[in-house]
Design a protein around this ligand. Structure first.
Ligand SMILES: Cc1cc2nc3c(=O)[nH]c(=O)nc-3n(C[C@H](O)[C@H](O)[C@H](O)COP(=O)(O)O)c2cc1C
Length: 226
């Protein structure tokens, strides 16, 4: 995205990790929604930090994981500079035992020097997830990300139920948009369980994040002139 960097134009980075494509699909929809608002947009995937499957014996999952990794290999990987660049960061992670996925945590840990020089203070953060089961720990996953943001002195913007799309049957999590992928990743049919309503909800969450970040940006610009 090459929107001109005017004073009120928000910079949003969508930073995500996806093992089998669900979060990737939501992140891609978020980036499209961000671009539609005119925000400067970076879509950045966090790659694996190991080369082998977590569970080679789970052959279907491993095949799905390899298929996704191959499909996104050409896309730009996240860098700590993307966090510094952005006014707002939309984070996506699958729920793994109710927590964010380890590759994303590994990336977050690399933000230590940036956080230490207060480089993340007052940036706007919002998160989304995907889990296998509807009660498989979506809130826990988002809260684990929010806990990091508290440390950074960032400003957390949840979607809440601030739009009707959040009330659609496959949505409803006010902590952050959450899709449900079902019990198995199916090779050749990745992310098919992400619904149109999930995609509309992540578009709403993205716009809301940009709206709040814009208000903060304009407010701080006004303050700077006093
Ligand atoms: C190691 C591991 C742990 C997981 N833990 C949970 C969990 O606690 N609850 C749940 O509902 N799903 C769990 N899942 C399933 C994923 O959250 C789910 O498949 C998700 O949709 C994957 O998103 P992705 O395709 O973007 O990787 C786990 C998957 C893996 C590989």
């Amino acid at each position: 995205m090459s929107t001109e960097d005017t004073a009120g134009t928000v910079r949003i980075a969508i930073v995500y990790y996806s093992g089998t494509g669900n979060i990737h699909r939501l992140a891609t929809a978020a980036a499209a929604a961000a671009e539609q608002t005119g925000a400067q947009t970076r879509l950045r995937r966090v790659p694996e930090y190991v080369n082998e499957s977590l569970a080679p014996g789970f052959t279907e999952w491993t095949q799905a994981w390899s298929e996704h990794a191959e499909a996104v290999r050409h896309l730009p990987a996240a860098d700590i500079d993307d966090l510094e660049w952005a006014d707002a960061i939309l984070w996506g992670s699958p729920g793994r035992f109710g927590l964010l996925a380890a590759p994303l945590k590994h990336f977050i840990d690399r933000a230590w020097p940036l956080a230490a020089r207060r480089g993340l203070v007052n940036k706007v953060m919002s998160s989304f997830t995907s889990t296998g089961a509807p009660h498989g720990g979506q809130e826990g996953t988002i809260l684990s990300l929010n806990t990091v943001f508290y440390h950074w002195g960032a400003i957390i913007v949840p979607p809440g139920l601030a739009d009707d799309i959040q009330l659609a049957p496959s949505n409803g999590n006010p902590y952050g948009v959450s899709s449900v992928s079902g019990p198995k990743a199916v090779p050749g049919r990745l992310a098919e369980n992400v619904t149109d309503d999930n995609l509309a909800a992540i578009a709403f969450q993205t716009r809301r994040t940009i709206e709040i970040a814009t208000a903060l940006r304009l407010g701080s610009l006004a303050g700077a002139t006093r």
